[in-house]
Ligand binder design. Structure first.
Ligand code: BGC
Length: 749
């Protein structure tokens, strides 16, 4: 159908039917036998069952294809205009084949591979009949206390942009801009905007930031996802500079629609329209409905505020009626782009055409590759790793045989499909070389309420803790090396998982302390949804492999890395702090008037802490390899350029170690003088290269005017003439090459 036909369709609907298109409910409202996943607070919303079946425009988090088929069938049978339902779900990093959590994925800096993972995700969802996924979340994050960092691309704007683009391309396909091809879904960029900057890292807390910070750091990843064609955007729960995002007209109309040119569907986050009242921004549901519609929110997720209040409002006000029509048209356009008017059962396979792509060998291979490239080697003293063939290994820790390594948002994944670390190591090591003990429970006895539904299933410390410890010490004593698999529990991160002190649970610290007295090398494998503060344990172990939540292929990926079958190549997409007091800590901070120029500088009146270093435990961009990469022969083809020119920086990287491996070469720029203070450095380009032992490669970066631009207070995006420092290195802290370049209006000949 073309837009004219869709517009006519809108005109045929009654006001109630129009409003229905803007309502999204979970399937269990629709049908009592439906076991849709519920991801927010449950409330009675006061809509009759027949209203729901006949009028609702879309369904949230029903993911079973039989249920989807049945609900669609009933809806089409009973509704007057036979407009198909849209099925949307939170498939964030895998449907059944679960990939590493997004924060881990971006540590791969391998965006083609991330795109491949999103392609797999889309394919598996498509066959289940899902139309829209609420991914990617592209909120920039600087505070590891916030549980949702696990779902974010990290602290850097460029990595956030690359992630947004590759995910949208993988989910939606990057062919014909309008129609979403078979095997693909519609993507939803979230949470607009700046949800990741909640004060003190506390979930749902307010956000207050300058427009300059917003435009230069936080908005670009959303903008990139929109530019890549994402069909939906989701509002954020938080206030932004005092106004809740879901009722923020400036944000959603001026910025999102006019400036970022978004013309798709804007959906509220879960119950966020109703929450305008709790924010103290709307007096009651009528006013909340009006604020949200005025702000351009098309779909009301999971409340009946639009359903119950819009009708009266639009009957009284023609302008609002026009806004309602616009919103309905956008929803119908999305349904049309997905081809639902032609095939409402899009993607759902019948018995004859089952292709069994779900959890296929190919999908698992992609998941394995991405997991191997996402797990970061943070420490490796004296070549402790890789393990050697004849070593006797004691695998200890609550994660040794744990299958819950999928992370908080793998709501459709099945832990039973996960490969445990024990199984992974068994596949690679001689069984006689491996002994296993749990050593400790994952969680302390007095762990906070993590998740009402799961509290009784949590692996909490109990009476036999002493016995577990003794067993662990016994096997450690007869081994050459200890692989100690520790971490936080899945429900300690994710939505609603903010922590004031993100460290390992005390029961696990006790285990580490006890084992560290045995004078055996310890390799710490850490699972978690955020950068945990490892300062206390770092010095007690010889090596640290940060596994995050690696997904279905967990054990195999970690075992491949531990044994050297795969070589670690990941580099951190988020800084690891030394202590909570340093948070928020991120590499691209703004310059100050009194910087601490080096660690030796202990003057009182410098921007520093008097009780601890300013430096993080591990900086952004950091990650080790089993091999060594030597950088040499840096060249600039010129030191001056105009806005129409480029400067070429070249260098040679050689693998001088004894393993083949991948290196991520990073280029940072610092604008020396500008009309607003610029960061100490900003990542502007990177290259991931694969080098065999002894192999070298000449690398070229091209610095152009775009890399030097930034947003000015008047909204313009431009560069300013003057000096820039260029740094190239292996991470954001250690620069092997530094040179000054100059942007000029014309050359002095
Ligand atoms: C989350 C969203 C999610 C939605 C639907 C909300 O609580 O913030 O990211 O898409 O629930 O499940």
């Amino acid at each position: 159908m073309n837009n004219e036909m869709l517009r006519k369709k809108v005109d045929q609907l009654t006001i109630q039917e129009k409003i229905g298109q803007l309502i999204q409910l979970t399937g269990n409202f629709f049908d009592t036998h439906n076991d849709s996943v519920v991801t927010g607070p449950q409330k009675k919303i006061g809509l009759s069952r027949s209203y729901q079946i006949n009028n609702t425009g879309s369904i949230l988090n029903t993911v079973d294809k039989q249920q989807i088929r049945e609900m669609q069938r009933t809806h089409l049978l009973k509704s007057t205009h036979k407009i198909p339902l849209l099925f949307m779900a939170d498939i964030i990093y895998g449907f059944k084949t679960i990939f590493p959590i997004p924060l881990a994925q971006t540590c791969s800096w391998n965006f083609p591979l991330i795109e491949e993972s999103a392609t797999v995700l889309a394919k598996e969802c498509y066959e289940a009949g899902i139309h829209v996924t609420f991914a990617p979340m592209v909120d920039l994050v600087r505070d590891p206390r916030w549980g949702r960092v696990m779902e974010a691309p990290g602290e850097d704007t460029l990595l956030g942009e690359c992630y947004a683009e590759s995910m949208v391309n993988g989910i939606q396909g990057n062919g014909d801009a309008q129609h979403i091809p078979k095997g693909k879904l519609a993507a939803c960029i979230k949470h607009f905007a700046a949800y990741g900057a909640a004060v003190a890292g506390r979930e749902y807390n307010s956000v207050d930031m300058s427009e300059s910070m917003l435009r230069n750091f936080f908005l670009p990843s959303y903008a990139k996802g929109i530019e890549a064609g994402a069909k939906l955007v989701m509002t954020a729960f938080n206030t932004l500079n005092g106004i809740p995002c879901t009722g923020n007209k400036w944000l959603n109309r001026d910025m999102l629609r006019d400036t970022l040119h978004f013309d798709g569907v804007l959906i509220s986050d879960y119950a966020a329209i109703d929450e305008l009242i709790t924010h103290g921004y709307a007096e009651n549901q009528t006013s909340a409905a009006k604020q949200a519609l005025l702000a351009g929110v098309d779909i009301d997720m999971k409340t009946a505020v639009y359903a119950n209040k819009l009708e009266k409002l639009v009957k009284q006000n023609q302008d609002l009626h026009a806004l309602l029509d616009e919103a309905v048209l956008r929803v119908l356009m999305l349904k049309n782009d997905l081809g639902l008017f032609d095939d409402p059962y899009r993607g759902i396979q019948t018995e004859e055409d089952i292709t069994n792509t779900i959890l296929s060998k190919e999908h698992k291979e992609t998941a394995l590759k991405l997991a191997e490239e996402s797990i970061v080697l943070l420490k490796n003293n004296n070549h402790t790793l890789p393990l050697s063939r004849n070593q006797k290994v004691a695998l200890i820790g609550p994660y040794a045989e744990e299958k819950a390594t999928l992370g908080f948002w793998a709501i459709t994944g099945d832990e039973a499909d996960t490969i445990t670390l024990k199984d992974g190591l068994h596949a690679l090591l001689d069984t006689s070389c491996l002994s296993v003990a749990r050593g400790a429970y994952l969680l302390d006895k007095h762990t906070e309420n993590l998740y009402d539904k799961y509290n009784d299933k949590l692996p909490v410390e109990s009476e036999d803790e002493e016995t577990l410890l003794e067993e662990a010490i016994a096997i450690a004593k007869t081994s050459d090396i200890i692989v100690l698999a520790v971490g936080e529990n899945t429900y300690q991160s994710g939505e609603g998982g903010s922590r004031t002190n993100p460290v390992l649970p005390a029961t696990q610290l006790r285990l580490i302390n006890a084992l560290s007295t045995l004078a055996k090398p310890i390799v710490l494998v850490v699972y978690g949804g955020r950068p945990l503060i490892l300062t206390e344990v770092e010095e007690k172990v010889s090596a640290i492999l940060y596994a995050w939540f690696p997904g279905t292929m967990n054990g195999l990926a970690v075992a491949n890395l531990l044994t050297g079958k795969a070589n670690p190549s990941a580099k951190l997409s988020m800084t690891f702090p030394r202590s909570v007091g340093q948070i928020p800590i991120y590499y691209n901070e703004l310059r100050t008037g009194r910087p601490q120029l080096d660690e030796e500088n202990t003057h009182r009146f410098a921007s520093r802490y008097i009780d601890q270093s300013n430096l993080p435990l591990y900086p952004f961009g950091f990650g080790k390899s089993y091999t060594h990469f030597q950088y040499s022969d840096f060249r600039l083809n010129q030191e001056e350029m105009t806005k129409n020119e480029q400067i070429k920086v070249t260098l040679t990287v050689k693998n001088t170690g004894s393993y083949s491996g991948k290196e991520i070469v990073q280029l940072y720029i610092c604008d020396k003088v500008a009309s607003i203070t610029r960061p100490v450095k900003l990542l502007k380009a990177f290259k991931k290269i694969d080098l065999k032992v002894g192999e070298s490669q000449r690398i070229e970066f091209e610095i152009d005017n775009n890399m030097l631009k930034f947003y000015h207070p008047d909204g313009s995006f431009d560069s300013e003439h003057g000096d820039f420092d260029i740094f190239i290195g292996k991470d954001s802290a250690e620069h092997l090459f530094k040179r000054r370049i100059r942007l000029v209006s014309k050359h002095n000949t």
